[in-house]
Ligand binder design. Structure first.
Ligand code: DP6
Length: 323
């Protein structure tokens, strides 16, 4: 037989965010970013080549997918086929452990797992840099889910140089506060396009992200948790500010999200080092020192479901029988 592989990957939460592309065709970001790959909410994906099939098939949590979701997988596999010289279609079966719509059922773990499994099944290189470049083509943030723990995704100046790699950093945990499980109103992809096209603040956002990333890399190198936290929170608020300044405006944070940011600020006033961030949705992730994670989680339980997560593994092949 041959031509089959299974891989697992975890989502990541950015401390310096990716919001905007320099090149959408090749998926180059406007600036670099830095994130923590988590140890929860894995996506496991099996890719099986089927030389006699006329089209790809994609099952998510046991349900056959059609429309945009299937098209996105097919477009990604077209790139893999072009590079491998194979014309075989594939059956892709994905299982996502995140509650659907919780904002954590991310495209990052999905495309990191798909890139890893598809590369093995079609016989493409399986080193982290190659997988990160490839995963990026499916979803930008997936470039970082290839890498364990803290990683930096270099903006790069073309396809070859735009990939993620590990960054040594101090131990930390994240308290994830799920304030709303509904699907977001507008996708990251669409909203970042709108922001770049219409926000008068967009150029300043890109420039400030470059500065935040420099400062964050320095803070990681120094093992300076306080500085990491401060940059994380102010950078997240800047991202939501630039998103709100689009035309028409987009607002992802809900009143409860803001209440969590306020509660985190009140914790700091009491000497607990906690710093909040949020992606393109209302759920809030709070960066804490490991020793304080459970206490902070207890403080935030009133705002929604809470879960303490830590640094997780990079994308991994679970089994493979290449073509
Ligand atoms: C707010 O990676 O989902 O989570 O590249 O268009 O697929 P596409 O977007 P995506 O955007 C992630 C946006 C973010 C910030 C981040 O993860 O850095």
């Amino acid at each position: 037989a041959g031509g089959t592989a299974t891989a697992r990957a975890f989502p990541n939460i950015a401390l310096v965010k990716y919001w905007g592309k320099r090149d959408e065709a090749v998926m180059l970001p406007a600036a670099g970013s830095l994130s923590l790959t988590l140890d929860a909410y894995a996506t496991t994906t099996a890719v099986t080549l089927d030389a006699s099939a006329a089209s790809d098939r994609f099952e998510l949590n046991g349900e056959a997918q059609a429309g945009d979701r299937l098209r996105r997988v097919t477009r990604f596999l077209d790139l893999v086929r072009e590079r491998s010289g194979s014309t075989a279609r594939a059956l892709v079966r994905s299982h996502n452990e995140a509650p659907t719509g919780a904002g954590l059922a991310s495209s990052a773990s999905g495309f990191a797992a798909l890139a890893t499994a598809a590369s093995a099944a079609y016989g493409l290189p399986g080193d982290p840099a190659s997988l990160s470049r490839l995963a990026r083509r499916g979803s930008g943030s997936a470039a970082r889910s290839i890498i364990p723990g803290v990683s930096v995704w270099h903006a790069g100046d073309g396809d070859e140089t735009s990939f993620a790699e590990p960054v040594p950093a101090p131990e930390m945990r994240m308290v994830i506060v799920t304030v709303d499980e509904r699907q977001k109103a507008i996708s990251s992809r669409e909203a970042m396009r709108l922001t770049a096209l219409t926000s008068p603040f967009y150029p300043a956002w890109v420039a400030s992200t470059e500065q935040s990333l420099e400062a964050m890399l320095e803070a990681c190198r120094d093992g300076d948790f306080t500085r990491i936290g401060r940059i994380t929170e102010s950078h997240a608020l800047r991202m939501h500010a630039v998103i709100q300044s689009a035309d028409p405006p987009v607002r992802y944070l809900a009143p409860t999200s803001i209440a969590v940011f306020d509660a985190v600020s009140a914790l700091r006033d009491r000497g607990v080092e906690a710093y909040a961030t949020a992606d393109a949705g209302p759920n809030v992730c709070v960066v804490v020192r490991p020793a304080e994670a459970e206490a902070v989680a207890d403080e935030l339980r009133g705002f929604g479901r809470v879960r303490v997560v830590g640094p997780g593994a990079g994308a991994e092949l679970i089994d493979a029988d290449p073509r």
